[in-house]
Design a protein around this ligand. Structure first.
Ligand SMILES: [Zn+2]
Length: 201
């Protein structure tokens, strides 16, 4: 895939785990991994990993969207994420996008549809604006791919804006992962912050 513009995000590389960090303990059944996936990704999004399903606490939300700190809404996905951290010793958080995302395609096709939760407006102000500015020459197909990859990274940024996540990252007890799943092949690409691209794992 095309290399992404790394200037769009400021992630400390040290906060990212690698696929091997995660897979080294693939046989573990300890619930130590929070996966934030898209509601449109179907059931059991964790099946794309090689790990045992008992390992995952899965939160599914529209386009894996996460509110940044300060944009609090009761009963939001943030409450689910906080619950996971309060109940389990979460060591990995995986934000998972997918190539066939019907939510993002719907937002693009029907920009005037009601946006009760404001999630689509945030997508337009962050992901869509960044992709339009950074990759104006992309074909329609490459643009969709860039939107899905960049949206996944923006959600990771939003997650990191929450103090309870930042504290765990600074303490070195939590590793970040950003994945994009190909819905046709189930192949997973993971974000490599040093290279600024998603690479097959
Ligand atoms: Zn989706």
């Amino acid at each position: 895939m095309n290399k992404l513009d790394s200037s769009l995000h400021r992630f400390p590389v040290k906060h990212f785990g690698t696929a091997s960090d995660f897979l080294l303990s693939a046989e573990s059944e300890e619930r130590d991994t929070l996966m934030i996936a898209c509601a449109d990704q179907g059931g059991a999004p964790d099946r794309v990993s090689f790990a045992k399903s008992g390992r995952f606490f899965v939160v599914q939300h529209l386009a894996s969207s996460i509110r940044p700190a300060g944009d609090r809404d009761e009963n939001s996905e943030i409450s689910d994420i906080e619950f996971a951290f309060s109940k389990y010793k979460i060591k990995h958080v995986i934000i998972c996008g997918h190539t066939g995302c019907g939510v993002i395609r719907n937002w693009l096709l029907y920009p005037d549809a009601p946006d009760v939760s404001g999630i689509r407006a945030r997508f337009e102000q962050t992901t869509l604006e960044a992709v339009n500015q950074a990759y104006p020459e992309y074909s329609a197909e490459d643009r969709i791919e860039a939107l899905i990859c960049e949206h996944t990274l923006f959600q990771l940024e939003h997650l990191c804006s929450h103090a309870f996540i930042r504290n765990k990252l600074e303490a070195g007890t939590l590793q970040l992962h950003a994945w994009v799943v190909n819905d046709n092949t189930a192949r997973v690409r993971s974000y490599d912050p040093a290279r600024g691209c998603f690479a097959i794992i």
